[in-house]
Design a protein around this ligand. Structure first.
Ligand SMILES: Cc1ncc(COP(=O)(O)O)c(C=O)c1O
Length: 440
């Protein structure tokens, strides 16, 4: 069979799909079409192999097409289980038990398909519980594609203006066509800034604050010591629900995500991505008293939850096998990922230092980002003011030429998987050195 070129695939698709791609975030320059993925590797239409650090925006913590996860999904297709559309399923109960028994932050969960659906439900539960409307989001955080949350992720220096503290930022929706009513209720504050949360809480009745515990959609931006604890205290003081969006951090940094690592317990938590190693499944979970609002006998206090595909047997089977595997191997797996991440970090820093280039690496376990600036950022301002975006993208493109796939979008976080080997890291660092030499 003829292998199509990346350009011809794009041209074909553009006739039927605006832009040729079903998620705008997948548009990249140079155009590449991948045909196959296995473990830590991707292959494009020319048969060229890449070591993958994008991991499909991070779900593939165990690597692409992880055998036992795929087998579990395939088995679900062959057992006669189906989307019955009525009554509870045995498998959703098994997955829920597995997660609740192994994740400290959750007493009860419910299953959905995408992170966006799940964050939307978390907000709805927050409103139902508190009877309030206002929500707080982070400048520089991403929590999904729906109107209320798709705002204020990556703003240009002109848009973001000077640091606002204490205070809130003007809302900047990620695109056109969103309702404006949510502008009255969504408040964007700077990350790592407790005073701004307090500022909003003093002015508005806040139902929920949603944040990635560390921001991983503008690279890797970690909480300052005491920040997450401070959010917990403010939630208790002002009576809003603290929602951790662990779509990217859950199951990747620990089975119990970053809330387990930090020891800060949110009221609600959302998981996606790594929980099913690439199959479409998301989880909303948290304290039983809040989750049980879903079955409140009073319809006026009961948030609506429904979804034809919620608890789909194929994704659930994949998630059961993924979580089972992570729980069984966690004592060796997470330390190994930390070691590999540390080797990558040290190698990159060494290359930049030997070239005399101002740079740093921000990292949590297997997730890392390099920034061309003095020290890791504490918020989006640090990045837009200090980072060299053009050089960042040029370096990524030079790496892609060399068979190392860092998605060519400035600051995008890289993900190691359990399928990466020390030799892959070594090869990556050699190519990194050569790419740096080309770009500088
Ligand atoms: C932190 C975070 N929350 C929510 C989402 C939305 O998840 P999904 O794309 O599955 O709707 C994403 C997606 O990248 C994410 O990174």
């Amino acid at each position: 069979m003829d292998k199509p070129s990346a350009e011809s695939v794009l041209q074909h698709n553009r006739r039927y799909i605006p832009g040729g791609i079903s998620s705008v975030n997948r548009a990249i320059d140079p155009a590449i079409t991948f045909l196959k993925a296995e473990g830590a590797y991707l292959w494009d239409t020319e048969g060229k192999r890449y070591i993958d650090y994008h991991a499909g925006f991070a779900p593939y913590f165990l690597g692409h097409n992880f055998k036992t996860v795929n087998m579990a999904a395939a088995a679900a297709l062959n057992t006669g289980e189906s989307l019955f559309g009525a009554g509870p399923s045995v498998s959703e109960g098994r997955l829920a038990e597995l997660i609740c028994e192994n994740v400290p932050a959750v007493d009860k969960i419910t299953l959905m398909n995408t992170g966006s659906e799940a964050t939307s439900l978390a907000i709805r539960i927050g409103r139902a519980i508190t009877g309030r409307q206002h929500i707080i989001v982070m400048q520089g955080g991403y929590n999904g594609n729906h109107d209320e949350l798709a705002t204020n992720v990556f703003n240009t220096p002109a848009e973001i203006g000077p640091r606002v503290s204490p205070g809130e930022y003007p809302l900047r929706p990620l695109g056109a066509g969103t309702t404006l009513t949510h502008n009255r209720f969504t408040h964007a504050v700077n990350y790592n800034d407790l005073e701004s949360v307090r500022y909003v809480c003093r002015r508005y009745p806040v139902a929920a604050l949603i944040t990635e515990p560390l921001l991983q959609n503008i690279g890797v931006v970690k909480p300052k010591p005491g920040y997450l604890e401070g959010l917990r205290d403010l939630a208790d003081e002002f009576g809003f629900l603290l929602v951790f969006d662990e779509v990217k951090t859950g199951f990747r940094h620990a089975v119990g995500g970053y809330s387990e690592i930090s020891g800060v317990r949110p009221d609600l938590v959302v998981y996606g991505k790594a929980v099913a190693n690439g199959f479409p499944l998301a989880v909303v979970g948290g304290k039983a008293e809040y989750m049980d609002s879903i079955i409140d006998p009073d319809p006026a206090r009961r948030p609506f939850v429904a979804g034809t595909y919620n608890g789909h047997p194929v994704a659930v089977a994949a998630a059961i096998e993924t979580v089972r595997y992570l729980v069984a191997t966690k004592d060796s797996l997470y330390p190994r990922m930390e070691k590999m991440g540390a080797a990558m970090e040290a190698g990159i820093l060494d290359i930049f230092a030997r070239k005399g280039i101002k740079a740093c690496v921000a990292r949590q376990g297997s997730a890392f980002s390099f920034y061309l600036m003095e020290k890791p950022p504490a918020d989006l301002h640090d990045i837009v003011e200090g980072h060299d975006f053009a050089k960042d993208v040029a370096l990524r493109r030079a790496l892609i030429q060399r068979g190392v796939f860092f998605v060519p979008i400035a600051t995008k976080q890289c993900s190691l998987s359990a399928a990466h080997s020390d030799a892959d890291v070594q090869f990556t660092l050699e190519q990194f050195e050569s790419a740096v030499a080309e770009v500088w």
